[in-house]
Design a protein around this ligand. Structure first.
Ligand SMILES: *Cc1c(COP(=O)(O)O)cnc(C)c1O
Length: 436
């Protein structure tokens, strides 16, 4: 399968090239040239298959020409070392828990798969790869954990000093080995600027190491985000009733994985794109005009995105047909106040502890239910464990949130980071010294 740019201004490339370069030269996003459809017999047999079997079939439909069966099977098995259980929340609504991976957020799926795909493509080549990632928290920890000890790959994480939570910082800085954490004296935007400058710096083209990105735009991060939609569907039981998924959205990578699943034949009736105060998408659906904005800070900070990158892929899938898009995707913006109220209400009524991101998705599902009480079944994606957001959740609930062992382990390790200013020259010097 070849991969095309959503901007269509450059030639199609192989999957390998799309993964290793991350971004096409025309600054669009890579996407499969054609979306394969899975046979109806596969959809019927979903309930009898394991998560890994389902995921391998989905991955193979997209990647069978690019990665041999046995290798792809190993990648899928290694990626999915944890489950994604469905937990009943309210009548007709279930939570799909995507936080059982090593860093307690759904980004583990994408980062772990990407790391294995990259390692495969550079195996046996003389080149080595340095992955640069700027993070405001969650992406960095998933990438660090996903790439830890992967041969031939070094990871350099840039995070803004003092601007990530204590827990997030520990998750970023306690790996060692092939992972280096740079604590930048500046903002997240400074971190992103440094990474971008390195990518466009010709001096790095001559070096033996390839610089690449592991941001959510990489197509190998998107593909595994379709697996768990199939899996959730397979565990719903009655397959005859319409199914709606509510997804907490930031860069819209997670929901694009779901729409890819639908296009491959999974009978999902509708998606709810739940956003926080960063509401460019619901505004776009309402007005038909897309107006990116500077991001606003909210309680669900991994969704604080004012110009979602995967919108390019969404529009590509829908051929810019706003009418169909509006039929298949509903979208609401949820305030911090509503998020807090809902975390409290759900805990009081059911005992379930939502994190702020999952709470936004539950709020989106409730809005939908008000409009369509006869909808059928609802699945809400819970993208992070509440223990990652103790400072927010505990004061709301006035009770302790249990901390999973794997998080506790990171909290007990020593932080190891290198402090740099936000000047590009300093960052470049570091890269040149350590990575050429
Ligand atoms: C990244 C993230 C999101 C947003 O996902 P997108 O794919 O960017 O839409 C939601 N919740 C959590 C916990 C995240 O880390």
């Amino acid at each position: 399968m070849r991969y095309i740019s959503t901007k269509g201004a450059c030639a199609p490339v192989s999957f390998k090239e799309a993964v290793l370069t991350g971004l096409p030269p025309d600054r669009g996003l890579y996407f499969p040239e054609r979306i394969p459809t899975l046979p109806a017999a596969f959809i019927r047999s979903l309930p009898d298959m394991t998560f890994r079997e389902i995921s391998l079939t989905v991955a193979e439909a997209l990647l069978e020409e690019d990665i041999p069966h046995a290798v792809l099977k190993r990648m899928v098995d290694d990626t999915l070392r944890f489950d994604a259980p469905l937990v009943p929340l309210e009548p007709g609504v279930e939570v799909l828990e995507l936080f059982h991976g090593p860093t307690l957020a759904f980004k583990d799926f994408g980062a772990r798969f990407l790391a294995r795909v990259m390692a495969y493509f550079i195996e046996g080549e003389s080149r080595e790869v340095t992955v640069l990632v700027a993070t405001s928290g969650d992406t960095g920890s998933a990438v660090a954990s996903g790439f830890f000890q992967v041969p031939g790959i070094r990871v350099v994480i840039l995070y803004p000093s003092g601007k990530v939570s204590k827990i997030q910082e520990k998750q970023l800085t306690t790996h060692g080995g092939n992972i280096t954490a740079l604590e930048i004296e500046g903002t997240f935007d400074d971190c992103q600027r440094l990474v971008k400058s390195a990518f466009s710096d010709k001096d790095f083209e001559k070096s033996r190491r390839t610089l690449t990105s592991a941001n959510s735009i990489n197509i190998a991060r998107l593909i595994p985000q379709s697996f768990y939609y199939f899996y959730a569907f397979s565990r719903l039981g009655e397959l005859k009733r319409p199914v709606v998924f509510s997804v907490p959205c930031g860069n819209f990578g997670n929901i694009t994985g779901g729409i890819l699943a639908k296009r491959m034949g999974l009978p999902i009736d509708r998606f709810i794109a739940a956003t926080n105060a960063n509401d460019v998408f619901p505004q776009f659906l309402r007005t038909g005009v897309y107006r990116p904005e500077p991001s606003k800070q909210t309680l669900s900070n991994a969704m604080d995105v004012g110009d979602p990158s995967n919108l390019a892929r969404l529009l590509h899938i829908y051929h810019d047909d706003l009418k169909t898009l509006k039929k298949e995707i509903r979208s609401w913006s949820v305030t911090d106040r509503e998020t807090k109220t809902l975390i409290k209400k759900i805990h009081d009524e059911t005992g379930y502890i939502l994190d702020p991101h999952g709470a936004v998705a539950v709020a989106g599902m409730h809005r939908y239910l008000e409009e369509e009480p006869e909808f059928g079944r609802g699945v809400v994606l819970e993208t992070a464990h509440p223990a990652k957001f103790l400072d927010i959740v505990e004061p709301i609930l006035d009770c302790r949130v249990p901390i999973p062992e794997r998080l506790q382990a990171a909290l007990e390790k020593e932080k190891e980071s290198l402090r740099l200013s936000n000047r590009y020259e300093e960052f470049k010097q570091f890269l040149m010294a350590h990575h050429s």
